[in-house]
Structure formats: C-alpha cells, structure tokens
Design a protein around this ligand. Structure first.
Ligand SMILES: C/C(NCc1cnc(C)nc1N)=C(/S)[C@H](O)COP(=O)(O)OP(=O)(O)O
Ligand SMILES: [Mg+2]
Length: 563
C-alpha cells in the first residue's frame, strides 16, 4: 500500500489535532476523501452544502483551534469561500482544501465540467489568495510536502485560513512520509529585547496614571489559553476594572469581581461605558474597533491608549514588533503597580442586577421573557455555550450574564446571518461534554437551516431558540423596506421533517411564557437530537439597544461621498 499525497495531508491534519473534518464530495476530490477516511485519527463529516460545510469548520475551529473543510472544484469551493471569509475575519485557522482538474488538462485547451467553461482553471486559486494567509496549488506530487507544510504552518501562526488545491490525479500519487510535526507547530517566540522594552514602556505608560482600565477584544482568545491566563494575571496584578468589547463577550469571566461589562458605547452593559470613558489610561488587549463595535464611530476611547496585539504592542509614541501576547501579559503583570481606583468608582456606579420577573404563563411571549428563560438555561448548567446569530439576538445575548464556565460565540466581524446553525454543529461535535444553545432569528435560520439535519444525523442535543419576529428586524431598524419581509415558515414542523425514518429532532412552538417554559423543559430532556423552539413574538418587539445602535449605524452608512 503506497503512501500518497492524500495520506500526507491526512497525517498532517491529524498531527495538528484535527479529528472531525467537514466535506462535500465531488468527482475532483473523491480519491482525496478516501485517503482522509483511511486515516484512523480523522472523522469525516458530510454536510448538506459547501456554505454550511465551511461554516461548520469555522465553528469547529472555535472549539478545536484549527479545522479543515474539503470541497470540490468551483461549484464547491466558491460557496466554501464564504465560511473561509468568516474564518479570516474571525481569526480562525480553517484549512480549505479543494479538489481540482487533472494535471494533464492544463494547456490542452480542454473545457472541463465545474469550471467557467474556459481552458483557464487558475481563477479559483487566484480568488483563494485574497481570503487566506497562504494559498498553494500542488503542481506535482513531489511538491506536496513542501506546499502542504507551508500552508498549514502559515495558518497556525497567523490564526488565518489557508488554501490547499490538490488535482484529482495527485491525491493518490506516491509521496514521501512527513517529517517531524514540530517543523509546522513550533510557535514563534517573542524577541527578548522587544519583549523587555515593551514591558518597560507599558509600565511607564501606566505609571502615574490615576484611573487605568483594561479593555479586552476578540483577538485575545485567538492568541490561545496562555494569553487568556496572562490577561487574568495582569488584571489581578493591577486590580483595575476590566471591560470587554461585544465580540469578546465571555473571554474575560463575567463572574470575576473586576468585570465591569461590555463596552459598546450607548448600548454597553453594566457601566462599562462610564468606566471606560472615565479612565485616564486604557490597556487594550486584542481589541478591534469597527463601525459596529464603535456604534457607527461614536464609541471610541477618548484617551491615548496602548494596544497589545497577538504579535506586537503599540503605545502613543512607540511600537514593538515580535512581542507575543502569551509572554507579554504575564511579564507586564510582574511590573505593574496595583491601582484599583476604577474598581472603587465601579462600586459606586454599579447597577443593581436586573430583577427579571417571570411573565404570567398565559402572557403573550415577549423578547424580554425569552431572554429571562435563556438566562435560566445558562444558570442551570455551567458547561453551556451560547451562540448568538446576527440580528436582535446579538443584543439580547449581549445583555445576558454569563455564569462561571459559560462560553459565548458570536461572528460579529463577518456577520453572515445563519452562521450559528452550522457553526454550532461543528462546535458541538468537538465539545459533546458542553450544552450548546443557539439564539437565532427567523431570517438567519432560513439561510442555513439544512444543517439541522446534521445535528439529527449525529444526534447532537443542540437547543435552537428561534425568535420569529416575521422578518429582518435589524434591517428594519437600520433602513426599512419591503425587502425586509420574508416568507414565514413552520419552523417547528420543518426540523421534524429532517427526522425521516430515524431522527430525534423535536420542533416546538411557544406563543406564551408558559409554552416557552414547557419547551425549555422538553429541550433539556431531549438528549438524542436537536430541539428547535420557535418563539413567536411581535415584529416590533425588539431591543431598545438594537434601535439605538441601528440609528447610529444608519447615520454612519449615510455619510455622503467626499466630492
Ligand atoms: C438580512 C440581515 N443582514 C444582511 C445580511 C444578508 N446576507 C447575509 C449572508 N448576511 C447578512 N448579515 C439581517 S441582520 C436580518 O435582519 C436578520 O434577520 P433575523 O435573523 O430574522 O434577525 P432579526 O429579525 O433579529 O433582525
Ligand atoms: Mg427576524
């Protein structure tokens, strides 16, 4: 049994810790799929379409750190580009692998299926270069080890997706066995001089300041557990207030005494807004200031701030390259002075915890009551992960309080509605020990509903709280039009259609608080498959945060062109 290019790729994927990998077969990748299946460490998971396949890989990478998606040429890959774009935007090393035409066809003016119908088959590779940190197309079997190793190492170091294109007649071609995996996984260490200088500069920046605050952004999680631990150490060494950006909710434990809320301008939670704007020194870690996270550029830091990124640190007036977060944060923790002024202020400002009282059971269901019952699901099980999809679910989810151990997943940079269904599926395969809950709108669900059938197939007890407010409400709040109306579905019935002869999905409707209580209870008891709870609420029942945020974003969108 000769060792082939496909075996080489399979072994590399297994060596970097990938187990489940997500595929849609096509005649350009079938031999490759056979080779991946032949590797005892890999588990091949078929998806209903390549958009969902790539989003399932995106979700798996959130849980596992790295993932792989295998598709066929053009008709598969171009859909998978969407999840690859998400992985790029969300800083996840998703390895996109695509089958491609037989190497004998190039240059022969052969018109091939699944192509644009010209003799130029390079367009996919050219496109992939724009949405990955490294794209390789294997021209000969002998080049496979060098190119596969290069692409995977780039992805792991940059926390960005990479692209590997394998011609259909190379997957089974003879190939040498891989060398030591350390050649791929060896991390890049900080430059010691730069590390030292950055820590000294940070101590200098913070020294003498009266009211320092730490602001945590989404990239901290992508820098790995050691970096998150480093932040905790630094926060406790400083004793100061810690706020998180919305896309970083859950990265700093919300039950920690120094957590002051989500800093999101006028739609912040707790008193994060007041504390961040009161600070005279801001230590930003892994932060990203975007139009959405700054509420249309109205919520930016108002003091010169320092920013610690995955591989560099910047200050007002200084920059240090090759300084890794996991090393910088603990070193700084050993240099900073304790200064809890902002926590003293927080103690005076902190809001009373919201007393959300249960609605009478026969009361028509409202958004507030849904949030209250989702909160109780979070409180009931420490090992819960809540996915919130793009829509009012962002704002409802943001207001929830995460108990110790709870995790929160949001795709705020890419913002592809429907992402959470395939992403939660990929995530739950990697974390069967956790309870996965999805909060999603009706419009989002219509984008990727097919992947509920994979939750049925793999008997994943994912709870889907679908908020049916009859259309695209976020869009209505930003700018209304008839295009924000959608055809209503019987969502509860739909998921049971995925059962066919052997599935265990349960679809429930809730129009009152009592019906939701019942449905939540049933969802907790269904261990053999997904439970979708279709929550019917009034189409104008949306959060005031969404309305406020929508107005500012609409204003930012409406800025006239510079003449
Ligand atoms: C259409 C769109 N955004 C534009 C959009 C369009 N296409 C894709 C793939 N992603 C997008 N974000 C958005 S946010 C809808 O309001 C989502 O509707 P729904 O899921 O029903 O949530 P809400 O009702 O709470 O808004
Ligand atoms: Mg909706």
């Amino acid at each position: 049994q000769q060792f082939t290019v496909g075996d080489y790729l399979a072994e590399r994927l297994a060596q970097i810790g990938i187990r489940h990998h997500f595929v849609v077969p096509g005649d350009y990748n079938l031999i490759l799929l056979d080779k991946l299946q032949a590797n005892p460490d890999l588990i091949q998971v078929g998806c209903a379409n390549e958009l969902n396949c790539s989003m399932a890989a995106e979700g798996y990478a959130r849980a596992n750190g790295v993932s792989a998606c295998v598709v066929t040429f053009s008709v598969g890959a171009i859909s998978a580009f969407n999840g690859t774009g998400s992985a790029y935007a969300e800083n996840l090393p998703l390895i996109l692998i695509s089958g491609s035409p037989n190497t004998n066809d190039a240059g022969q003016y052969h018109i091939l299926h699944h192509t644009l119908g010209t003799s130029d088959y390079t367009y996919q590779f050219e496109m992939a270069k724009k949405i990955t940190c490294c794209a390789v197309a294997i021209p000969r079997a002998v080049d496979a080890p060098r190119l596969i190793d290069r692409a995977i190492r780039h992805a792991l170091l940059a926390r960005k997706p990479c692209y590997i294109e394998i011609p259909t007649n190379l997957a089974g071609a003879s190939c040498v066995r891989p060398g030591p995996i350390s050649a791929i996984t060896e991390p890049v260490a900080s430059d010691t001089g730069a590390l030292e200088a950055a820590a000294a500069c940070a101590a200098e920046y913070l020294h003498g300041k009266l009211k320092p605050v730490i602001l945590v952004g989404p990239k901290l999680r992508r820098a790995g557990g050691a970096a998150e631990q480093g932040l905790l150490k630094l926060a406790e060494a400083m004793g100061c207030a810690v706020a998180v950006q919305p896309a970083a909710k859950g990265i700093f434990p919300e039950n920690h005494p120094q957590f002051v809320g989500v800093f999101w301008g006028q739609v912040s939670t707790g008193v994060a807004d007041a504390i961040v704007h009161w600070a005279d020194a801001l230590l930003c870690v892994g932060t990203v200031f975007t139009d959405y996270s700054t509420v249309g550029w109205t919520a930016l830091p108002n003091v010169p701030f320092m920013q610690a990124e995955m591989d560099h640190v910047t200050f007002p007036g200084a920059h240090f390259s090759r300084v890794r977060l996991a090393e910088f944060l603990p070193l700084l923790a050993s240099r900073v002075d304790f200064n809890n002024t902002t926590m003293v202020e927080y103690a005076r400002l902190r809001p009373d915890p919201p007393q959300l009282c249960a609605a009478p059971s026969e009361a028509p269901l409202t958004r507030k009551e849904i949030s209250r019952q989702v909160q109780s699901m979070l409180d009931a099980n420490a090992l819960t992960t809540l996915f919130v999809d793009t829509g009012d679910s962002w704002f409802n989810g943001m207001q929830l309080r995460l108990p110790a151990g709870a995790q929160f997943e949001i795709e705020m940079q890419w913002g592809h509605i429907g992402w959470s269904i395939p992403a939660a599926f990929g995530y739950a395969l990697r974390h069967p020990e956790r309870r996965t809950i999805v909060m999603i709108g009706d419009g989002s669900f219509q984008m990727t509903a097919q992947e509920v059938s994979q939750m049925v197939r793999y008997r994943l007890p994912i709870t889907i709280v679908l908020v049916n407010n009859r259309g695209y409400t976020i869009e209505v709040e930003i700018h209304d039009g008839s295009y924000n109306k959608i055809k209503n579905w019987d969502y509860a019935m739909l998921v049971e259609a995925f059962n066919a002869e052997d599935g265990r999905a349960v679809g429930l409707k809730a129009t009152t608080a009592g019906e939701l209580e019942e449905a939540v209870k049933a969802a907790g008891e269904n261990k053999d498959g997904p439970t979708l709870i279709e929550c019917l609420i009034d189409q104008d029942d949306c959060s005031r945060e969404l309305i406020t945020w929508g107005h500012y974003v609409a204003t930012a969108n409406a800025r006239p062109p510079k003449d």
